[in-house]
Design a protein around this ligand. Sequence first.
Ligand SMILES: [Zn+2]
Length: 504
Amino acid sequence: MITKVKSSGYFGIESFSVDVEVDISKGLPAFNIVGLGDTAINESRERIKAGIRNSGYKLEPKRITVNLTPANIKKVGTHFDLPTAVGIMEGYGLIKSRKEILENYIFMGEVSLAGEVKRTQGIVNGAILAKENNCRGIVIPYDNLREGSLIKGIEIVAVKNLKEAVEFLENGNYKKYDVPEEKEIFNEEIDFYDVKGQEKAKRALEICAAGGHNLLMAGTPGSGKTMLAKRITTILPPMTDEEKIEVTKLYSISGKLSETNPVINKRPFRSPHHTSSSTAVIGGGKTPSLGEISLADKGVLFLDEIVEFKKDVLEALREPLEERKVSVTRAVYKAEFPADFIFIGACNPCKCGYAFEDGDLCTCSAGEISRYMKKLSGPILDRIDLKIEIKRLTEDELTGDMPRETSEEIRKRVIRAREIQKKRFGCEKLNGHMTRKDLEKFCRLDEETKAIMKTAVKNLNLSARSFDRVLKAARTISDLAGSRDIKKIHIMEALSYRISEFNI
Ligand SMILES: [Zn+2]
């Protein structure tokens, strides 16, 4: 007789139902797993047998065949251990599972040699699938309890070992472990209050956080670009429950959740090194794996020394910057991943790094300076609304005691500006994502501001795209000021976020 245990698989970020079918027969003792499993699944055989034995059951040598259906889709991960172990114990007649439990619950979890049920990947996916398929619940490792509990409306059965799983299967009983309340873990170690001076950069980051704009910072080495960029996460609004689920799901299938980081409840800040490959940044690989841009979803992607990144990486950023998602096409698959992030690029202004400093610190020739920034392709620059130059602090700024704001104070303004945008668009759309049509509707200018824009187009040689970028930034600046109309002062400020030396 064949025992069937429900489970869930995932490919890229797509989940699908998997039935783990187990057949126990007489004949030459063997243990085969068929149905397109990866190495982890093939290596699970010894683990599962030892786990069952060490839970106090005797396994006579028999012929065990496990089939993961549908057999035509590749399966990855160690979470099929638990349903496989359940199927074997049932098939051997070692346990007597309730029919309604086998039929109404999805099982996921890795089994250790000692018979413990251990943390595994893809639990959020499995829990969502269980809900979509009208299952009553999901049986998961205790270590994944917080992750699974993000999904409301289904029963989450957390087990620490096979014995606890058996108790549930046979009697329907399980321990109701406490799930710690989901509080936002605010990063208290960093705060804008720590940053002296750099008012222009702080303001630019506030505008980016409020309107979902992208930013380029060109500046002298040691002027604090990274320190500034990191702090943007402290002024972004808290994540919504839907955002927490979406991002936790991405981290779960990427194996990036842990005991100290069981769910993602604060906005990610990802900063891949400039030597990173296109697969590492964009995603892809043999089986579709997520890149840094997807791990930055609903948060921030920071590329330091952006001109040093490989050309194909920068080129591949165009689609996600435009669409806020990325499609990865390989010979054997096509996958689409979310990639909705605020982009911050940082670079030196020239090869030696000192082009913006007074005096003759910079040793580059005029030709070298202009060539340096040309490495940043037009299509990338076209998708960056604000550009600023950053200089080292002067002696006065370093020693002075100017009043400084905390991140919490700035964050309040950001949240207010986001509420205005939500009302305007009737959805979570931000000013930085406005289309040409939106611009026409929501960024009407009066005669005075029109005249300023006209002069700017002429004097600064603004392209149509640059014109739109100025309008988007001006819209956010006026939202931050609580102004319904875009006023002269807002346009003037928006126009100031450009690096005139490079005409960008
Ligand atoms: Zn230089």
